[in-house]
Design a protein around this ligand. Structure first.
Ligand code: ADP
Ligand code: MG
Length: 297
């Protein structure tokens, strides 16, 4: 292999040899790496450590970042679910806090939808979504909100199925006390987040799941910035719950009434009336064995 041929040229991190970049975000890079001795492949999420600075604001940012890495690691460490990515280890380098995660081959849902939309058959979509909701149900039962549910953060292994990842914004909460920190991506943000109201972390997760199900069914986002329009137009549509299923989706069968009904219940603007994850898991779209519209019996 490449490793055997050029051992000195490989970048390392702790006991691992870095092979390539799997993805990157604002404050992190995720690398495919292999343990130098046992040869086991892992994904290492490397979170930049703050650089020393005399400025007070830089120091504040600094503490927040390392605390974020700690929060992500300790939350992940407390979880044990087949559809949530496993934390194997953590270590620090001079420049980074590193989370060693089980490596999920294949890709995230963003990649799948963008590059292999034909693989998202109604049966596969239902399976993916059921597994994703199972993971989120597990979190909510433990009073943990993920707060960054989106297709980039859902890894899909063709055999093992869904592995939910990126607990960078996840938060354990007291159900009696609403959360106030604004977070997540705009296109997935629930109306109460857009309106800067205190919120129930579970309900914003359910809204984001509604966005994800719509996207899996149609290969497009229900709310998105349209070219040339002011950014606030999209926020108005979100606040009104103003979304529409396309008439037809190229290469796809008609969307079932059950799927539409579930999306509607998840994309309910009033968080008090929005469906809970427990009820989502009991919805006929996920429990029913009925064939999708367009399939011959
Ligand atoms: P960020 O907080 O920067 O968004 P993520 O944890 O979401 O970081 O990881 C960024 C990307 O790296 C993901 O969207 C995914 O494509 C890839 N990735 C993350 N974890 C893994 C993993 N365990 N196995 C394979 N790919 C991963
Ligand atoms: Mg991410």
């Amino acid at each position: 292999s490449d490793i055997a041929q050029s051992p000195t040229q490989n970048e390392t991190a702790g006991p691992y040899i870095i092979l390539k970049t799997l993805g990157s975000g604002a404050f992190s890079h995720v690398k495919l790496a292999v343990h130098a001795r046992d040869g086991i492949r892992v994904a290492i999420k490397m979170l930049e450590k703050p650089t020393i600075s005399s400025s007070a604001s830089a120091a504040a940012t600094t503490n927040m970042l390392s605390e974020q890495a700690r929060n992500e690691a300790s939350l992940l460490d407390s979880l044990n679910h087949p559809n949530i990515v496993r934390l194997l280890n953590t270590f620090e380098t001079e420049t980074h806090s590193c989370l060693v995660l089980e490596y999920v081959p294949n890709s995230d849902l963003y990649e799948l939808i963008t590059n292999h939309p034909q693989s998202l058959t109604p049966q596969f979509v239902r399976r993916i979504f059921r597994e994703l909701c199972s993971a989120v149900g597990y979190l909510h039962a433990r009073n943990i909100a993920h707060r960054d549910l989106k297709i980039e953060n859902i890894l899909v292994d063709s055999e093992a199925g869904v592995k939910l990842t990126d607990f960078g914004l996840a938060q354990q909460f007291d159900p009696a006390i609403p959360l106030t920190t604004r977070c997540g991506s705009e296109e997935y943000a629930a109306p109460e987040l857009i309106q800067a109201l205190p919120y129930d972390g579970r309900k914003i997760d359910v809204w984001a799941l509604g966005i994800i199900l719509f996207t899996l069914l149609t290969n497009e986002m229900p709310f998105t910035h349209r070219p040339g329009e002011r950014p606030r137009r999209m926020f108005h549509r979100i606040a009104r719950g103003d979304y529409h299923f396309p008439e037809t989706v190229p290469g796809k069968r008609a969307i079932s009434d059950q799927a539409r009904d579930l999306v509607k219940k998840m994309l309910t603007t009033n968080p008090q009336k929005r469906i809970s994850i427990e009820a989502v898991l009991k919805h006929p779209y996920l429990t029913g064995e009925t064939v999708e519209k367009g399939h011959p019996p």
